[in-house]
Write a protein of this length. Structure first.
Length: 583
């Protein structure tokens, strides 16, 4: 914007101002930085002039253009901390219609009038941009009690004709404020009971989106969805639901734990059926569906495991579900499995593994620990009975193969979550874990847990378990290499045709090469300690003491007669040269 145009905005007539603002919006709709405003105090003059028009009732005809201009300008963080003041924030809150809902009772709210739709929407967009880019603005929002206005409007959306147009930006602003301001987050959750209102808002959104084949709303007296298979969220409803879930995540996160406090039990009991219904919902396309389920999974990471059984409710007599197991509906759990498969497909490198996979893997672990039926169902889906064991577990496109590949990822947080998930599905049994993943893939996790000694399954699981070995697996089992987790073709004997002296010579070559690797710090030998975890040995001698005691190797030295003789201790090799057979 030119300097003369900025001057006209502050002193010109409304027709000229309107033309300048329209031109500016058309040229800069997708611009995020305005470097031309940095000189001659242009930025301050422009912002001040626009807010003067917003304060002037005689300029009401261009208020929507002024707010749209503020929305575009607020994308640029330059000097925004110095520009913000309480008066301007108050003007935006007033234009957004939030003052109508601050500290008034329900009856008074019903009779209040809202500003025009375009004014409210643009003002909310401005507040979202400014609150996101300015800590000063967020502090001013807390000082002006914007939280009361947002929560108050949550309670009266039914009375607002254009509610969907403002709900999205109300939830965006609520998410920003609860994510970046602890005082606002605590106030909304504790004093204003915002979490309960957000749950109710989600339930109403589902009821409005739920339509049966006859076109009538399907609901029950409890407000839950009766026929979830016909719940289709529009694109706007899906976007609103995602923003609500994000805001709820911020509110639940600060008190998340393994067990809920007594004061939170009622909230979780209301929340879980709504989340279950959201996992049943449909959207216009697969991308939006995965986005919705991803936000549900993020929220579930903060829900205690004891409430996870509510995701898979028991079916009453005659009731059916698309996915069933042990008399429970597994539709919601299968939706989460589909989300996991989708995330594994789109995660092509290590840079986004933690962000894409950690939430859903955490949910899978919590579900497996919190509900026996969910664990058994997930085991059927993820670790079905083995049939073809000709390929290593990490090769293939099945869910087990994709997870086994992650057991060796350099992203340690993801690796540990995957290993823990598979270990739980194996009922924390070392032998079963090795069977499905191969010892090479699971060794790191077993070492972390001190299970290299191979203890029995955890006592928290039932001892009775059906035999899941297939005939194909039993036939191939003698040829399976447990290190790689698959069969290997018979290998020729490398010692065939060699004399005993030659075998001893090759063994000592291996000892010497290994000693060189250790002495140069290339490798550091370790042995399994009494706690089942690997511990480094101080010297190669200590390692061969252990190997010799188990008969794995037996070093030899040249005797007085020129023939090899076994040594009792590897230290003797320092005094006697190793035997080298004649060629």
């Amino acid at each position: 914007m030119e300097e003369n145009e900025i001057g006209l905005i502050s002193s010109g007539n409304l027709v000229e101002v309107s033309a300048i603002l329209q031109k500016f919006l058309k040229q800069n709709e997708n611009v995020t930085a305005f470097t031309n405003l940095s000189g001659n105090n242009r930025r301050v003059i422009l912002w001040t002039s626009i807010f003067q028009h917003l304060q002037n009732s005689s300029s009401e005809s261009i208020h929507a253009l002024c707010l749209a201009t503020i929305r575009v300008l607020s994308r640029d963080k330059t000097d925004i901390e110095n520009l913000m003041c309480e008066k301007w924030i108050t003007i935006l809150i007033e234009k957004a219609g939030l003052y109508n809902f601050m500290r008034v009772d329900d009856e008074a709210m019903m009779s209040m009038t809202m500003p025009p739709q375009d004014i409210v929407v643009e003002a909310m967009k401005c507040l979202c941009n400014i609150a996101f880019n300015s800590e000063v603005a967020r502090a001013l929002c807390a000082h002006t009690s914007i939280a009361e206005g947002l929560v108050g409007r949550l309670r009266t959306y039914k009375e607002i004709a254009f509610k969907e147009d403002i709900m999205l930006f109300d939830m965006k602003l609520l998410f920003i404020l609860t994510a970046l301001r602890f005082d606002i987050r605590s106030k909304i959750k504790g004093e204003l009971h915002g979490l309960d209102y957000l749950i109710s808002c989600l339930g109403e959104l589902l009821l409005e989106a739920t339509v049966t084949s006859e076109g009538a709303a399907a609901s029950t007296s409890s407000g839950l969805i009766e026929d979830d298979q016909h719940c289709l969220l529009s694109d706007k409803q899906q976007a609103i639901a995602c923003e609500i879930l994000k805001a709820m995540f911020n509110l639940v996160l600060q008190s998340s734990g393994e067990e809920a406090h007594e004061s939170e039990e009622a909230t979780y009991l209301k929340l879980m059926p709504v989340l279950t219904s959201l996992l049943h919902a449909h959207t216009s396309n697969e991308e939006k569906l995965m986005e919705l389920r991803s936000n549900v999974a993020n929220l579930l990471t903060s829900v205690p495991p004891s409430y996870y059984p509510f995701l898979t409710p028991e079916l009453s007599e005659g009731e059916r579900a698309q996915y069933m197991y042990e008399g429970r509906s597994m539709d919601a759990l299968q939706s989460l499995v589909n989300l996991l498969q989708s995330r594994l497909t789109v995660t092509t490198n290590t840079t986004n593994q933690h962000e894409n996979l950690s939430p859903i893997l955490t949910v899978m672990i919590k579900g497996s620990r919190g509900c026996r039926a969910q664990r058994k169902y997930l085991r059927q889906v993820v670790l079905p009975p083995l049939r073809d064991v000709s390929l290593p577990p990490e090769r293939g496109t099945a869910l087990r193969n994709q997870l086994c590949r992650l057991l060796t990822t350099p992203v340690m947080s993801v690796r540990d979550l995957v290993a823990e998930f598979l270990f739980i599905l194996c009922k924390e049994n070392v032998g079963r874990m090795v069977k499905y993943t191969g010892f090479g893939n699971s060794a790191g996790h077993l070492a972390q847990k001190g299970l290299l000694g191979g203890p029995q399954a955890s006592s928290q699981y039932s001892s009775s378990s059906e035999d899941s070995d297939t005939e194909e697996y039993r036939a191939a089992e003698p040829r399976i290499d447990p290190v790689v987790g698959c069969t290997r073709p018979p290998a020729s004997n490398p010692f065939e045709g060699m004399t005993e002296e030659q075998k001893e010579y090759e063994a000592m070559k291996l000892v010497n090469l290994f000693d060189r690797l250790v002495s140069h710090g290339v490798v550091r030998p370790a042995a399994v300690g009494a706690d089942g975890r690997p511990r480094p040995v101080d010297h190669i001698v200590n390692l061969f003491d252990r190997l010799g005691s188990h008969g794995v190797v037996r070093p030899a030295a040249v005797g007085a007669d020129g023939r090899p003789r076994p040594v009792e201790h590897v230290c003797e090799l320092r005094d006697h040269p190793p035997y080298r057979p004649q060629s």
